[in-house]
Design a protein around this ligand. Structure first.
Ligand code: NIG
Ligand code: FE
Length: 407
């Protein structure tokens, strides 16, 4: 057992609703606080001096200077297992080329597939670990990672095995997702419906047998998979007992409806979601995940986060870190920028990258600082929590704790 502190402020994010809008006045802030940790779990939060007096023999982990402590963040949507780089896509986009033109000139998702197929497991493991460490340094200790750059049995399994192996090298929690339905691979001879059936018959059973992922994702879009075939695929994946998440409404609306109808845990992107569908989504238990990094990467509009919250939806915010649409990999910067464009309160943003994004991954043991929760913490050297988003990511995390231990 040990006591961590003192903190100028502890922002616990406790006792807040899972859904809907939040104001900063609703935030519980413990000033001059301490956190009591036992076996990786929070036992108590409260006034540091009082806790020290109550547990006089206890080991102390002293915090220097004025610092603010929050629950560590959860990035619930990334594609950080990939080979190569797509800087040329960026140049082509800025020269006015369309998505299709870029794909035709050798860029796009398919080019990342070719690089990822070429990479060995060891090479992929090294790069994914570097990206994981970079996320940890931002205060993110729970990271979802998708496959989807293999797109055949061998390479999809390779990606998921790499993610599984990465877990044995990091204290961060990694949540793998099978995104074999990212795109119909160019070397698959058959229709996209046949490819989706191939995933059901040939990939998912192996994913299950090796326990490589419990979640299945699909990119529903004109350039990827159409709504009806996607719905059938998702229902079959559900029958195989996978949890569902969807790349929905990125450029065209309609697919968030499918996500809700099949009971997806989350619908992610939503840049193009129409008002009617926002209402539908917001009334459901499907988490609406904004990916501001993709809006910034592509120069597209932001997810209507304000409308989603006002309609009572569960809003998470994630980085979408990938080599194509979202190469930045800085969730704090992206979430801060989303706040300015969508007029979000600090409380709404912090909820979106802590307990609400953890909920999107079915992890209800983290994301707030209260008794019984996982002692994953992030601290910032500042006297006021508002400064974290105000500086748009340039105020760096000072300490990161996982299970109560500094990493
Ligand atoms: O979430 N939209 C589809 N998939 C990714 C992009 C992946 C890529 O371009 O490599 C996304 O933005
Ligand atoms: Fe994505």
């Amino acid at each position: 057992m040990k006591l961590i502190g003192p903190f100028k402020q502890i922002v616990t994010l406790a006792n807040l609703p899972l859904r809907g809008k939040l104001s900063d006045e609703q935030l519980e802030i413990i000033t001059d606080g301490g956190i009591l940790v036992k076996d990786g779990t929070i036992l108590k939060t409260g006034n540091f001096t009082a806790l020290k007096a109550e547990f006089s023999q206890i080991k102390l982990e002293e915090i220097e200077g004025e610092q603010v402590c929050l629950p560590a963040f959860t990035d619930s949507h990334t594609h950080i297992c990939f080979g190569g780089n797509r800087a040329n896509d960026f140049a082509l986009r800025n020269a006015g080329k369309t998505y299709l033109e870029i794909a035709e000139s050798g860029g796009g998702i398919w080019s990342s597939v070719l690089h990822t197929r070429k990479a060995s497991e060891d090479e992929l493991l090294q790069t994914v670990l570097e990206r994981i460490n970079s996320l940890i340094s931002l205060g993110i200790t729970t990271i979802e990672i998708k496959s989807g750059y293999g797109l055949d049995v061998e390479n999809e399994l390779k990606m998921l095995r790499v993610i599984k192996k990465a877990q044995s090298f990091t204290k961060a929690t990694l949540i793998p997702t099978c995104l074999s339905a990212h795109l119909k691979p160019k070397d698959f001879t058959g229709s996209s419906e046949e490819y989706l059936q191939f995933i059901i018959d040939e990939i998912l059973p192996k994913v299950k047998a090796e326990n490589l992922a419990k979640r299945v994702d699909i990119f529903i879009e004109k350039s990827a998979f159409l709504p009806e075939e996607s719905r059938n695929f998702l229902l079959k994946a559900k029958e195989l007992d996978f949890e569902i998440t969807v790349h929905a409404d990125q450029f065209t609306s309609g697919s968030s409806r499918i996500a809700v109808e099949v009971g997806a845990k989350s619908a992610d992107h939503l840049e193009a979601t129409i008002d009617e569908d926002i209402e539908f989504l917001a009334k459901s238990n499907t988490v609406a995940t904004a990916l501001p990094g993709a809006s910034l990467g592509l120069g597209e509009k932001f997810t209507p986060a304000r409308k989603i919250l006002d309609a009572g939806g569960i809003l998470a915010i994630a980085s979408d870190w990938n080599p194509g649409s979202a190469p930045m990999g800085n969730l704090i910067t992206q979430a801060s920028i989303l706040a300015t464009f969508e007029k979000l309160s600090t409380a709404e943003v912090l909820a979106g990258i802590t307990f609400r994004s953890a909920f999107a991954l079915n992890l209800e043991d983290r994301g707030t600082l209260e008794n019984g929760k996982k002692a994953d913490l992030v601290t910032f050297k500042t006297d006021n929590f508002q400064n974290i988003l105000y500086y748009q990511g340039s105020l760096k995390a000072e300490h990161i704790f996982i299970d109560g231990e500094k990493v």
